[in-house]
Ligand binder design. Structure first.
Ligand code: GLC
Length: 735
């Protein structure tokens, strides 16, 4: 439809109709036959509101989508189609690694391909919008939703945000295989106090501006069609009611012209935050702040019309919001094709195709991080070994994150199945060893309590011990349950569950050759695991090809290449812990006799494994680091080149990382800040020069007088395979 036609449509719509477009109803409240259900009526939706709605979410059945679209369009006075939205954050049916694992690949282009695959499957099945990417910077492993982010680093999250948005949206939203992306959660939801979900966020203006906001802006610059507000308050003001965040910054400063949707019920929650006294005030505050659509509550439906009639809200605001909803529908081509090319036959062709499975496998392999590999116990020989695979993840098929709405165990390859596919010439045994969960802490996920089959713990342990005693190597497959992370999944103790800790301790008594593979949604406190394992592989929740990926990495069919996108703390007392910290005036120099330094009496300052850390099956020698010049100016950059050589006996991939340190600023500056990275694959003996360009844009920050600029002075440029690298050159910025 042409823009003029949209304007004519808008003019012809009643106020009630326009408000209806600003309402999203929960898919579960649409009964079979697309009728309104009791819960919708109880929540306050009228039949008219219901059928006037602009969108729904979490309806994934193709036939149901078609039936709902037909029924609602029939009822809607101008037959305006609905938007169908959903949380497809790491794959539709071809489920791939959780975003935090993808972050460890340091391969944003790969995530772009994953998003395009996800869009292809989602769109074929009838979806129009996905609530992804989540780009919140995360530094606190207690928070369950770290799994949805690509990690603790601002720049890395910007890179993933851009590629993922492009992957979902493609070159034209109206094309088959494209869906609208929705960046979330705006803003700074990843910094809740105490790591407790939905808790308050208190950040300095500089930390907010320099560290937390850029990834959202990167998504906007990449053309994201939607932004989702966050539940949290930001410096005492709920984000969903913040005019500064939405109208001033997002729209006026960044130029975002797409659609803003609240998070689930977040408009209604303005009252629960205590900043409004009723629904009318909540609707007023949210609309004035710039929220276009009310997710899953009738606050807009029940209050906006009266606010307009009383002259408290200008109808122009409603028109603007409604036009943004209609514009998105138009970009998707829904006025011409309300099903957006959805086609059940086509869906069955693309969903879980061989090509898609291969991409899931590639991503799962690239996302795993080899944290430790003493005496190169890995990779395991492919023949002649007795290997005992032990742990609740040995035969588990749920290897995908808790937000994998359509993930299915029957689509997933277990580790046992992966191992049996490639290790025929070894003597492998498999045992569960223990229950996954600690019965002391009942675990509930979205649809109820997580139930574990009844087990005879003694028998499980005896079976595992017997096999461990006879094995050359024990591969422990341990970890959190998927429901230990994700929304509402904050933990105060970030270790693996107690039954698994006990199992590992017992196995270590009878066999010292232990390799541990972890399945998890967050960095964990793995001191006990680390102490008892010669090798530790962080597999995160790798998705449907997880079993094949882990097996291939264990036996060297492929080599690990992941680097941590989020620090593994020494223990939970350290969090929030992140590599780009400040020195303080009393940085600990290692001398514990000097009491007056910034340190703990009982634990180290440094994380167990830092951001950017990850091993592989070969060694890279950083032979030299050179610079093209000593001075960066506003017009002329400097390049920094590192020469690296694969000095091992097999090919490998290294993520070469560039960090900058500003030695002095008008405000304190972080000890390092990631400003570049490059994945480099080298054959044994091969050398390569990796070159980074340093320009003054990279040096900008929010200064003492709140200007975003680079200040003249001296800088270090580090280049290496982890944030712990000390290899650097010095340059100055001349201003
Ligand atoms: C949830 C989440 C958000 C999700 C939305 C729709 O509460 O906070 O990430 O996209 O609701 O399911």
């Amino acid at each position: 439809m042409q823009k003029e036609q949209l304007e004519i449509l808008l003019k012809d719509m009643s106020l009630r109709e326009k408000i209806g477009q600003l309402v999203q109803i929960p898919g579960f409240m649409i009964g079979s036959g697309s009728v309104i259900t009791g819960p919708a009526l109880e929540m306050g939706f009228s039949e008219e509101d219901f059928y006037n709605a602009g969108a729904t979410l979490s309806v994934f059945d193709f036939d149901q989508i078609k039936e709902i679209q037909d029924k609602f369009m029939e009822h809607q006075p101008h037959h305006i189609p609905l938007l169908f939205m959903g949380d497809i954050i790491n794959g539709y049916r071809s489920v791939f690694p959780i975003p935090l694992a993808q972050g460890c690949s340091f391969d944003p282009e790969l995530s772009g391909r994953l998003a395009a695959m996800s869009a292809k499957e989602s769109a074929a099945a009838g979806l129009h919008v996905t609530f992804s990417p989540m780009v919140d910077v995360v530094r606190d492993a207690r928070w369950g939703r770290v799994m949805e982010s690509t990690g603790e680093d601002t720049y890395l999250n910007e890179c993933f945000a851009k590629e993922t948005v492009k992957g979902y949206q493609g070159s034209n939203l109206a094309d088959a295989g494209s869906v609208a992306a929705c960046v979330k959660h705006y803003a700074a939801y990843g910094a809740p106090e105490g790591g407790r979900d939905y808790n308050v966020v208190e950040l300095s203006d500089r930390t907010l501006t320099d560290d937390y906001l850029p990834p959202y802006q990167a998504a906007v610059d990449a053309g994201v069609e939607m932004v989702m507000t966050s539940f949290n308050t930001l410096n005492r003001l709920p984000a969903t009611g913040s005019k500064w965040l939405m109208r001033d910054l997002l729209r006026d400063t960044w130029g975002f012209s797409g659609m803003l949707i609240s998070d689930w019920g977040a408009i209604n929650e303005l009252e629960l935050h205590g900043v409004t006294k009723d629904g009318a005030e909540s609707a007023y505050l949210a609309m004035k702040a710039g929220v276009d659509m009310d997710m899953c509550t009738p606050v807009y439906a029940l209050n906006l019309q009266k606010l307009v009639e009383e002259g408290k809200i200008a109808e122009e605001l409603i028109d603007e919001a409604c036009m943004r909803v209609l514009t998105l529908k138009n970009k998707l081509g829904l006025f011409e094709d309300p099903y957006h090319h959805a086609d059940q036959v086509k869906a069955e062709d693309v969903i879980l195709s061989r090509e898609h499975r291969e991409l899931c496998l590639e991503a799962a392999e690239e996302s795993c991080v080899l944290l430790k590999n003493k005496r190169d116990i890995l990779p395991l020989a492919k023949e002649g070994l007795k290997i005992a695979f032990i742990g609740p993840y040995t035969e588990a098929h749920r290897l995908y994150g808790v937000w994998s709405m359509l993930g299915r165990e029957e689509d997933t390859v277990s580790v046992k199945e992966g191992v049996e596919a490639i290790a025929q010439n070894n003597e492998c045994t498999f045992s569960k060893g223990c229950r996954m969960l600690d019965p002391k802490y009942p675990l509930y996920e979205f649809h109820g309590r997580v139930e574990e089959e009844e087990t005879d713990d003694e028998e499980l342990l005896l079976d595992a011990m017997t096999k461990a005693k006879r094995a050359d190597v024990c591969v422990m497959l341990l970890g959190e349950h998927p429901a230990h992370s994700g929304e509402g999944g904050s933990r105060g103790d970030i270790r693996i569950p107690k039954p698994q800790r006990k199992l590992l301790k017992e196995i270590a008594k009878v066999n010292p050759n232990i390799v541990t593979v972890l399945f998890h949604g967050r960095p964990l406190d793995i001191r006990g695991v680390d102490r008892r394992s010669k090798a530790v592989l962080a597999a995160w929740f790798p998705g449907i090809e997880g079993g094949n990926a882990v097996a291939r990495l264990l036996f060297g069919e492929s080599a690990p290449s992941g680097k941590l996108a989020m620090s593994f703390p020494y223990n939970v007392a350290q969090v929030p812990v992140h590599y780009d910290h400040f020195t303080t005036a009393r940085a600990f120099n290692g001398d514990i006799t000097n009491r007056f330094q910034s340190r703990y009496l009982d634990i180290p300052n440094d994380p167990l494994y830092p951001f950017g850390h990850g091993l592989t099956y070969t060694t890279f020698d950083y032979m030299s680091i050179e610079q093209s010049g000593d001075v960066v100016t506003c017009d002329s950059p400097v390049t920094v080149s590192v020469r690296i050589k694969n000095i091992g006996n097999r090919a490998g991939t290294e993520v070469v990382q560039l960090y900058i340190r500003d030695l002095k600023g008008s405000v304190v500056r972080p000890v390092k800040k990631l400003k570049g990275f490059e994945r480099v694959t080298l054959e044994a003996g091969e050398e390569k020069t990796v070159t980074f360009t340093i320009d003054h844009e990279m040096l900008k920050f929010t200064t003492a007088d709140m200007r975003f600029e680079a200040e003249p002075g001296e800088f270090y440029a580090y280049a290496g395979g982890s944030s712990r690298t000390e290899r650097h050159v010095t340059f100055t910025f001349a201003g």
